[in-house]
Design a protein around this ligand. Sequence first.
Ligand SMILES: *Cc1c(COP(=O)(O)O)cnc(C)c1O
Length: 415
Amino acid sequence: MKRIDLEHEDLVRVWRRDFPILDTRPNGKPLIYLDNAATTQKPFHVIEAEANYYRNTNSNVHRGVHWLAERATDAYERSRATVARFINAAHPSEIVFVRGTTEAINLVAHSFARPRLQPGDEIVLTTIEHHSNIVPWQIVCEQTGATLKVVPVDDTGTLDVDAYARLLGPHTKLVALAHISNALGTVNPVRNMIEQAHALGIPVLLDGAQAVAHLPVDVRALDCDFYAFSGHKLYGPTGIGVLYGKSTWLDAMPPWQGGGDMIRTVSFEKTTYNELPWKFEAGTPNIAGAIGLAAAIDYFGTIGFSAIEASEHALLDYATVELQRIDGVKLIGTAADKSGILSFVVDGIHAHDVGSILSDAGIAVRAGHHCAMPVMTRFKVPATVRASLALYNTHEEIDALVKGLARVKEWFGHE
Ligand SMILES: *Cc1c(COP(=O)(O)O)cnc(C)c1O
């Protein structure tokens, strides 16, 4: 493709044109969107795919015999096949559409873990999980008498893999961990961790919410048992996400929610369930969302991971150096293997104040605990400012962030 020959920054300028929201001007200033770990912006392709669905195809799926119903069902199931190819699942029936990462993890907690857990059993997590990958496990632990074991991290935000190996044992029933940490950007050595768990017969769930938009994911190469992600962090719509599960597990799991579409026959004496993946999709699904997600994946395919990774990594390296040069700014999370997330604190200034002054300058960052309070506790900070990168971010935007931080310090008389 011609695009690949361009320099990175030129490439980024071409990609930016695909995202209409980047033309909005908060407070009359150009929008600098650095809150991509919370949600990414949407390209025309996704916006149009959803609009076109409602314009031309809208109907309920798997039910009607009429032309529109067939068209909608076709489009919905083709989206599932697109997702399966995207993460290299063995078959589209291993792809369950859900609302997002949170719902995917809850599904596994309630349908997979709860029936298997007994008092004394253990689930292994890490210190750097999102609340979505902590609380569902706490709930099933309360219900079953199982307990959580937590893998510690060092001062850079890197998992202690020796401690992980020691935590695995005969009582471990499941490992659940982030592929990439949303609070720190650490890329965890998941392939090795899965291998170690499997050597002891322990299944592994990966929370891929931060990974799918930043590195190629191959669930069969990883050999993970479950993989969860959200469409909206992958340039797709909100309200749609994916649970991948190995069919052997999904087949053995009871349905999670009951209702239409997930059944084969219903009587008051006995109901029989639909086959995979529909057994787990009770009620009318987010059809437009699934189609929008497939459009996001197709859009992604036209750009290619190698270009995105190269561009985001160059920007991460640049931003890391620039931020570390600012007096009083301290990066939280400096693992050797990192994705485009820069969490930091500014000496003597609360993260929320930093965030709101940056907002006046048109710069959107996140300030808070990032749904990862145990991370804040571990690093002894109440909150951090988080700048997170996407394919459309530029060096100029990092320069603007650095300038904005100088303004923040002036404002507080720290300069
Ligand atoms: C965003 C995120 C989640 C939750 O995703 P939802 O789309 O809110 O369900 C879970 N884990 C990680 C690592 C995340 O970044």
